[in-house]
Design a protein around this ligand. Structure first.
Ligand SMILES: Cc1cc2nc3c(=O)[nH]c(=O)nc-3n(C[C@H](O)[C@H](O)[C@H](O)COP(=O)(O)OP(=O)(O)OC[C@H]3O[C@@H](n4cnc5c(N)ncnc54)[C@H](O)[C@@H]3O)c2cc1C
Length: 318
């Protein structure tokens, strides 16, 4: 083990000095229940957004309802939270600047308790040949996810054959017995940030505005930070307490975070895990050890990795 980080040093920085490892479906269910209970929210499920128009005073969203009919929904603002393929971003002609890694990541889902081998809930494993991540992502019954690198030439069918998956897992943790593999898939990783987060009354948030490597668990977290930031500003505009140009500050703040924090850090995280040069690996690992052992350095590290630093920095942006 190179370094272990406990979030206790953040006890004076946040009411939540820990990592909440939570399946996304649970977060969605929570949000859905809150939305259903809110008197001002009209929730439409099984409805497809197809496009929008905007004028000086408002926007109109076109949707296809569950009956297959087209409907026009008027509003003052449109927030695109439609994920990476955002129609709004495309219709606004906003570029999704960045790159896609040529190699895909192999995800294997395993029913096995890795804690008995000393692993914690979240583990980042640096290796010059085969870096990996190991997460306890749901349970009970316990399910763990192990991520492995692949090369662009690798064939998907060969990578996900049951014996190939077992061989990978045995290299990772040689138990001598087959693992109970629940599922596997390959995913493509992008590092992209929209060149603008707003076109008039249409505003991008979450993956619609930025996507990044999952190494560091920052994508959804920073999307939630977009939502808080934007909601605060929209409320002020709707109450007549702020002019519309506060939305430009949303873009300045959240685009800065997407580029300088989320993207920069997840690129660094991957490099750190995959580094091949022995001298650089040693230097990186020594630095990480020193950081974990020194309370002030550990706190600074955790403020960055938990995105608290990004929020503080964004607050200073006029
Ligand atoms: C393997 C992997 C692991 C990850 N792990 C983490 C992690 O540990 N922590 C973390 O913070 N982030 C993580 N992320 C990133 C996280 O999943 C995303 O950042 C997050 O889901 C983005 O949320 P979103 O609501 O912006 O977009 P999405 O989750 O993409 O949601 C968009 C929604 O809009 C709907 N939609 C899209 N188009 C339309 C349309 N035309 N009409 C109607 N509905 C539409 C979609 O169906 C979807 O429900 C991970 C990502 C990957 C790929």
């Amino acid at each position: 083990m190179i370094a272990e980080f406990d979030h206790a040093p953040l006890r004076n920085d946040t009411r939540f000095p820990y990592v909440l490892q939570c399946e996304r479906i649970k977060i969605v269910e929570e949000a859905l229940a809150l939305a259903k209970a809110h008197p001002d929210i009209e929730l439409r499920l099984a409805t497809t957004f197809t496009g929008f128009t905007q004028g000086a005073d408002g926007v109109t969203a076109q949707v296809t309802n569950p009956a297959g009919e087209t409907e026009s929904l008027p509003g003052r603002y449109l927030v695109s939270a439609e994920g990476a393929r955002s129609i709004v971003r495309k219709e606004l002609g906003i570029e999704f600047e960045g790159f896609t890694y040529p190699d895909r990541t192999l995800n294997i889902e395993v029913a096995y308790d890795f804690r008995r081998h000393g692993y914690t809930e979240r583990n980042y494993i640096s290796d010059p040949e085969e870096w990996s991540n190991l997460f306890h992502w749901k349970g009970p019954p316990d399910r763990w996810r192990v991520h492995f690198p692949t090369t662009p030439e690798d064939d998907e069918a060969a990578l996900t054959r049951p014996d190939a998956l077992q061989a990978r897992l045995q290299r990772f943790l040689p138990t001598g017995k087959d693992f109970d593999i629940v599922g596997s898939n390959l995913y493509v990783v992008h590092q992209r940030v929209a060149t603008k987060f707003r076109g008039g009354r249409a505003i991008l948030a979450g993956d619609s505005a930025h996507v990044n490597s999952p190494i560091g668990a920052m994508g959804m977290n920073s999307g939630v930070h977009d939502a808080f930031n934007l909601a605060e500003k929209l409320i002020k505009i709707l109450r007549g307490e702020a002019a519309e140009d506060v939305l430009d500050r949303y873009e300045r703040q959240r685009r800065h975070v997407a580029l300088q924090h989320t993207q920069a850090q997840t690129i660094r995280n991957k490099r750190l895990l995959a580094e091949k040069d022995p001298a650089v690996r040693k230097k990186n690992h020594d630095e990480l050890r020193r950081t974990a052992e020194d309370p002030a350095l550990a706190r600074a590290f955790l403020l960055r990795s938990s995105l608290i630093e990004s929020l503080r920095e964004a607050e200073r942006i006029p």
